[in-house]
Design a protein around this ligand. Structure first.
Ligand code: 4AD
Ligand code: MG
Length: 449
């Protein structure tokens, strides 16, 4: 595997002759010279071809190069701070591997719909390349955080027999002569695994048949779900804030180049340090009432419009996207809103014994208007309460028989959370829509390519 030198390794090869295998990103010529920007996945560098020294044959090849023609280039690495990546390659030889006539994505501006149609090619573009690398680093940081802290990775099934997060957005599929559903969350399975290992997490794709076309919803998204036996809601909040701080600071430290390409203001990300503010649902509603009035009287038309969306569901109901944006933008780091009304939350959440009607749950809201990134709770550990909740939520007791067993045999207090990877990528990269955060996004109106 030493045959080709990655462009990212040029710093170790100054003055040496190397071979680069990649694609022509762009080119220009001036009389005796060709300047070819080559990308190889690891980076981009400028290749300079001095034609009088290279001969006619090489000249013809340079002339023939199109955007995305695949090429193998030989040359000497020169340090040159003025060039992209800080190095330049003095060409001694070039060979075409595959031609690329009429590449559909040109340097001119294309609409997002067009680019989405060409997602399989769009991935090669500079911004998309940077986003996928940030995502890779986020995924790695997520695994490292839990692996380094004694958590065991347990994989949850994707085909399931019951709903975990409500029945309104389930993907149904035939399962021989039965019905099965694509998993909305691995949580219930992690509860079983936590009783076996203490601290566990699953990390995989989850599915929601969301009919909403928002910039935060995908139908297939990746979620990491830690679950810990004998852990309270307060400890869950501490775990979540340490985790998010770690992921953000690791990305800031490791993705300097990528974040620069994305023109992300990293000062905002550097501020993401634990502890994060905690706001109860009741406090949040009081703040929102005041903000609603304040915005309604603002000179700023956008704020007046937003005022109508604040507490749209009414106090006592779940918070909406506008509410999250308002609360989220009051702080320079994520906020944890806790103790939502139990009625608007999932059946498995434990009610606060000190505040009946309130769930021992929290949502973590990202700053800068990125909305909810984490959903969390302490789980109901009492079998009779849980049975009542399952019935109240119109779920089948039969389907949850195995889950109820966990409360029969050595039930303990336990808590966990789920972090959505795409929303995290969107926030850290400063994107306006989650569709660019995953290589092949799945949305209500998108399943191709
Ligand atoms: O709040 P949610 O629905 O929580 C759960 O699924 C729990 N079972 C997690 C747990 O306690 N183990 O989803 C968790 C997170 C959200 O905060 C959000 O980041 C992401 O998953 N998410 C989505 N991301 C993209 N598209 C969607 N349709 C999403 N729905 C949830
Ligand atoms: Mg949620």
């Amino acid at each position: 595997m030493k045959e080709y030198t990655p462009i990212s390794e040029f710093k170790n090869h100054v003055g040496e002759e190397v071979t680069v295998a990649g694609w022509c990103y762009s080119k220009r010529s001036s009389k005796k010279l060709y300047f070819i920007n080559v990308r190889d996945g690891s980076g981009i560098c400028q290749v300079v071809a001095f034609l009088p020294a290279l001969g006619e044959e090489i000249g013809k090849i340079c002339e023939s190069l199109d955007q995305e023609t695949s090429i193998i280039v030989k040359g000497k690495v020169k340090k040159d701070d003025r060039q992209i990546g800080g190095y330049e390659l003095e060409m001694s030889h070039i060979e075409v591997v595959g031609e690329s006539k009429d590449y559909p994505i040109t340097p001119k501006e294309h609409g997002v719909a067009y680019l989405m149609e060409h997602r399989h090619l769009w991935l090669r573009s500079k911004r998309q390349h940077a986003i996928m690398r940030v995502r890779h680093n986020i995924v790695k940081a997520i695994r490292d955080f839990f692996n380094d802290r004694g958590f065991i990775n347990v994989d949850a099934p994707i085909l399931t027999a019951n709903a975990a997060e409500g029945t309104s957005n389930l993907f149904e599929t035939d399962y021989f002569d039965d019905k099965a559903y694509l998993s909305q969350s691995g949580q219930l399975y992690m509860e079983a695994a936590a009783m076996a290992h203490g601290k566990v997490y699953c990390f995989g794709p989850t599915f929601r048949a969301e009919k909403s076309k928002t910039r935060r919803h995908l139908t297939e998204f990746w979620m990491v779900e830690p679950e810990v036996a004998y852990m309270s809601l307060d400890e869950d909040m501490e775990l979540a804030e340490q985790f998010v701080e770690y992921v953000v600071q690791t990305v800031v430290a490791n993705c300097e180049e990528e974040l620069k390409t994305l023109e992300r203001d990293t000062e905002k990300l550097k501020a993401v340090k634990a502890p994060f503010p905690r706001v109860s649902y009741d406090e949040a509603v009081e703040i929102l009432k005041i903000k609603k009035q304040e915005y309604a009287q603002s000179d700023d038309e956008e704020k007046r419009k937003m005022s109508e969306d604040i507490l749209k569901n009414g106090p006592g109901d779940d918070l909406g996207a506008a509410d999250e944006t308002v609360i989220g933008s009051m702080h320079d780091r994520p906020v944890m809103i806790h103790r939502y009304p139990a009625a608007v939350k999932a059946f498995y959440m434990r009610e606060d014994p000190k505040q009946p009607g309130r769930a021992l749950a929290f949502d973590m809201i990202a700053p800068e208007g990125y909305g909810e990134i984490v959903g969390a709770s302490e789980r109901e550990a009492d079998i009779s309460v849980l049975e009542r909740k399952i019935v109240e939520h119109n779920l089948s007791l039969d389907a949850f028989k195995w889950y109820l067993d966990l409360r029969k045999y050595g039930s303990v207090p336990h808590s966990g959370f789920g972090l959505g990877v795409e929303r995290t990528v969107s926030w850290l990269c400063g994107l306006t829509h989650v569709r660019e955060t995953i290589a092949f996004p799945r949305m209500m109106d998108k399943i191709w390519p």
